[in-house]
Design a protein around this ligand. Sequence first.
Ligand code: PLP
Length: 385
Amino acid sequence: MYLDANATSPLAEEVWEAMLPWWRDGFHNPSSSHSGGKKAREAVELARAQVADLIGAQEDEIVFTSGGTEAINALLRSWDRVATNGHFLTSAVEHSAVLRCGSALSRPMTTCAVCENGTLDLAAWKELLNGAAFSAVMAVNNETGVIMDWRQASALAHERGIPFFCDAVQAVGKIPVSVADGAVDAMALSCHKFHGPKGVGALYLRRGSQFTPLLQGGGQERGLRSGTEAVPLIVGMGAAAALAKKRLTDGTMGRIAEMRDVFEREVLAGVTGVSVNGDLSSRVANTSHLSFDGCEAAGLLILLDEKGVACSAGSACMSGKQQASHVQKAMGFTDARAKSSLRISFSAHNTLQEAVQAAALIGQAVNKLRSVQGSGVGPVVIYTS
Ligand code: PLP
């Protein structure tokens, strides 16, 4: 039972089928002038149109990359090179791709606080924009599933003439995301989060946005990202984008929301001492972030894995020890609450029956772990059960 779609999502059958011809017979270089090369070029350009269509962009605003991390690094490092004075402003709950890259820039990085429910503190954001050279807020948080107010954050930045970048890796394919109104200057996308292959993503660059490429070489992607295009992966991204667009309106999202809601209802009915974390009125339909009083997530994950349930701890695992993640710290979680949290993330590949079953298995694992922990026996017991 795979309930870890925010880590990566299963490859959709349609995407697999679309990619297949391009691994072997369609091996040509899209820059070649022979007919094989031309066909590969057409496939790449069709994929670009499909990705652009998913987010309401123009085709020439899409640059294919190796994934979200590359898109983020390329953009932030580019803006760092071209901007004059000022700090880089972002939120405290960004993905490490933004925070680590941001802290390696030539200028200081300032992180804006979030509220206890994980949403951006917009009053603080407004203040911190003073003296910022450029700014970034994610669209959806990968741990909690909270939908951030990136449109408002961007509007405030733009009022002051400050460029704004959005990491939409966890949003695209889960909620409608549109750049058609010029709301952002740049955006990062990653294909493996919406049922496509790993190793491919895109950077949306609004026409007229400043950008100097990270990778120099053969001048592919209109000189913005050199390197021979990964044709099968790019084709996969196009097919995944087309599928994601269809699923946003064909009832799939409602089905996923029902799974998540039934799952949470069953968990809450089955065990006591559970908190549902994050802003419940503004989160993506697939994600459930739960804390279980007196129950370490590390132990829960082992018990659940034994039962065939794959999910993630809501906190970070460093050198085998659960630690509060920067997201949980920013939300003001105590260490105990942070260490006792799980992230369950559904996708279109799950069923309602799995959601009910998972809730029951989680309830059993929580009760088992609480009884072991309460007995004074060390958590080592869980490995032998
Ligand atoms: N940003 C967010 C919010 C993510 O969740 C992830 C991946 O987990 C990334 C960026 C990095 O994307 P990729 O895995 O494509 O490098």
